[in-house]
Design a protein around this ligand. Structure first.
Ligand code: AMP
Ligand code: MG
Length: 348
């Protein structure tokens, strides 16, 4: 199959119509969103959705997120409640996914047999316009091959999906850079299943009863049943061994400078640290206090790291609170929980 890549904005009516026709015919289309690129299919078409699993190599028991244009479109596919609308008023459209009991119209293949469905309303103008023009909800996981970092540029999607899907819509680099915040809700409580740009603190302003699922910060123990199937899958790990350095206990510059002399390694450093290190295999993540930039660049850098052919990568252990929890969650998985320094670490 030839994969076409078309540059697009919300006013590219011809291209969006073409994408809509493909989706309505049961084909897959890669779509830019504010979080990462999604691999979209008609959420009502079970065969189209099964093809998503095939193209990604995604385990069939890992459910898909269903994307809608307006919060009230959830009525067609799920049983909503007051808390859903309170959250929707504040965070939709935007990078928040809410899990609710599903209605029959959504095929079991989309939800991997679960009786709940994950719903998101993207704010990206291309994604939002395409859902409206198509007139259907769009099931879309991240548009990477399973096991690779999520794609945040059309090139990333092309690298993984060339020859497997007919169309990639190129909307430029994604703003947020990591996947949406995923929560499961009842009338009165929120459980965080995956951290993203909508933080725990932001959710607490709407409903104080927020708990963080254990697997967000810690390793899932053998035999433990995860609240979200995605939690049990091995996440992206670079080919090199990634170590996170707890810089409250280890001097990052002193430590990594020494490693640069003795190892074939790359360093994920803050911009302010570039000058202090040898200019060899440095992967600057952004300014120390610019968590937004660091989040946006995370998957770009992890894909770059694989191209360097190094044996080890050293990075700062991110803070596990606030905006930074999303980076912590992805990095702690990417490094297989190898942390140097501190009480949880292996020490120097
Ligand atoms: P991705 O599509 O790659 O962004 O991943 C979607 C995440 O949402 C995965 O971790 C899924 O396991 C999770 N998810 C989707 N639907 C549900 C659901 N009904 N219940 C729990 N987790 C879900
Ligand atoms: Mg994914």
């Amino acid at each position: 199959m030839v994969t076409e890549v078309l540059r697009v904005n919300k006013d590219s009516y011809d291209i969006l119509s073409k994408a809509s026709l493909l989706l309505n015919k049961g084909e897959l289309v890669a779509i830019p969103t504010e979080t990462v690129y999604g691999l979209g299919a008609n959420a009502y078409d079970k065969n189209a959705c099964l093809n998503i699993f095939k193209a990604k190599g995604r385990p069939s028991d890992n459910p898909l997120i269903v994307h809608i244009a307006e919060p009230q479109d959830a009525e067609k596919i799920a049983f909503t409640n007051d808390l859903y609308y309170k959250l929707a008023q504040k965070f939709m459209p935007g990078p928040l996914t809410i899990i609710l009991p599903k209605k029959e119209i959504i095929p079991n293949e989309v939800t991997a047999g679960l009786d709940s469905v994950a719903i998101r309303c993207p704010v990206h103008p291309v994604a939002n316009a395409l859902i409206k023009i198509s007139g259907i909800p769009i099931a879309a996981p991240s548009a990477n091959s399973s096991g690779k970092p999520s794609p945040t540029t059309a090139q990333h999607v092309y690298d993984d999906m060339n020859g497997k899907i007919p169309l990639i819509l190129d909307g430029g680099e994604c703003d947020v850079g990591v996947e949406s915040t995923v929560i499961k809700i009842t009338e009165s409580e929120i459980v965080l299943l995956r951290p993203g740009a909508v933080t725990v603190e932001m959710l607490k302003e709407i409903c104080p009863n927020v708990t963080i699922a254990g697997a967000v910060k810690e390793e899932l123990q053998a035999g433990q049943v995860p609240l979200s199937p995605g939690m049990k899958y091995k996440h992206y790990a670079p080919q090199a061994n990634l170590y996170l350095i707890d810089d409250r206990y280890i001097d990052f510059i002193e430590f990594t400078k020494e490693k640069q002399k003795t190892e074939n390694c790359a360093i994920m450093c803050y911009n302010e640290e570039i000058e202090l290190l040898e200019n060899k295999n440095l992967l600057p993540v952004g300014n120390k206090d610019d968590i937004k930039k660091q989040t946006q660049r995370l998957f770009i850098i992890l894909r770059e790291a694989d191209k360097l052919g190094v044996e080890t990568i050293y990075a700062h252990l991110p803070n596990d609170e606030g905006e930074s929890l999303a980076i912590y969650n992805r990095m702690i998985r990417a490094c297989a929980h190898r942390v140097l320094g501190g009480i949880n670490g292996e020490g120097k």
